[in-house]
Design a protein around this ligand. Structure first.
Ligand code: DGL
Length: 264
């Protein structure tokens, strides 16, 4: 069976890395919308059209389930995609609910980092009003981070000052958890860790998304007989980008393996 993963660029590879670990018997098709990345600064209507086009290409390739491995695309298009296509579709949303629950006992605040578009969508407001009954959630867009990630800029000498300046206005003693609400951001988890005080945890929605995917695959009887093979595609058909995706997937997979070993 083939599971499709979609993102504007390489961000969704952080989710695919989790899926390759948990569901190694499936095969994968990963599509990056290189013609239109980044989505964050664009309008809702523009992004919706791009998502529909790219997902249609994936359907023509043949997939058995779809993970919209992009918080921005999910908040704009997931409901309509579910109406358009008859297959299991898993979306992503910032992991605010578990973060609020984890923080309840400490009385500390939660800071959600995501794209400007995700943070201004009705879906995000609905999520906050559903789960943030104590008014402890703050939101911070990071518009430079997706362009950094797409150009494989992972130099701490650039990124640490960047995060410090973005966080300068916050009293970090008041915060207990940072939620990475964009699938590009986990690429920076280690760098962010270095600029945060040790009491702040960093969470993302990747593991929860793959748990949900796994439950849906079971429910629909989509049993994997594959070997974790990944076919990479991008809307711009750039061969160099296909290489970049391989490098980026190796990078996030190693980070994930290292974090899991450290947690054992
Ligand atoms: N990776 C995407 C997300 O999770 C979108 C990034 C972008 O294209 O701005 O929101």
């Amino acid at each position: 069976m083939t599971i499709g993963f979609f993102d504007s660029g390489i961000g969704g590879l952080s989710v695919l890395a989790e899926s390759l670990r948990r569901l190694p018997d499936q095969d994968y098709l990963y599509m990056a919308d290189t013609l239109h990345v980044p989505y964050g600064p664009k309008s809702q209507d523009e992004v919706k059209g791009y998502v529909f086009e790219a997902v249609e290409r994936m359907m023509q390739e043949g997939i058995d389930a779809l993970v919209v491995a992009c918080n921005t695309a999910t908040s704009i298009a997931v409901e309509e995609l579910r109406e358009m296509y008859d297959l299991p579709i898993v979306g992503m949303e910032p992991a605010v609910k578990p973060a609020v629950e984890m923080n309840r006992a400490t009385g500390k605040r939660v800071l959600v980092m995501a794209t400007a578009l995700t943070l201004t969508m009705p879906r995000y407001y609905a999520l906050i009003s559903r789960v943030d009954d104590g008014g402890i959630v703050d939101s911070l867009p990071l518009p430079e981070l997706v362009p950094y990630c797409e150009s494989l800029q992972f130099d701490p000498a650039v990124l640490e000052p960047y995060f410090r300046s973005k966080l300068a206005a916050y009293n970090l003693d008041d915060y207990g958890i940072i939620v990475l609400g964009c699938t590009h951001y986990p690429f920076y988890a280690d760098i962010l860790r270095n600029v945060l005080p040790p009491h702040i945890s960093i969470v993302d929605g990747n593991a929860g998304t793959i748990r949900r995917l796994s439950a849906l695959l079971n429910r629909f009887g989509i049993v994997g007989h594959g070997s974790g093979r990944v076919k990479f595609m991008c809307t711009g058909n750039e061969p160099a980008y296909l290489d970049k995706m391989q490098t980026a997937l190796a990078f996030v997979s190693e980070n994930l393996a290292r974090r899991e070993e450290a947690a054992l």
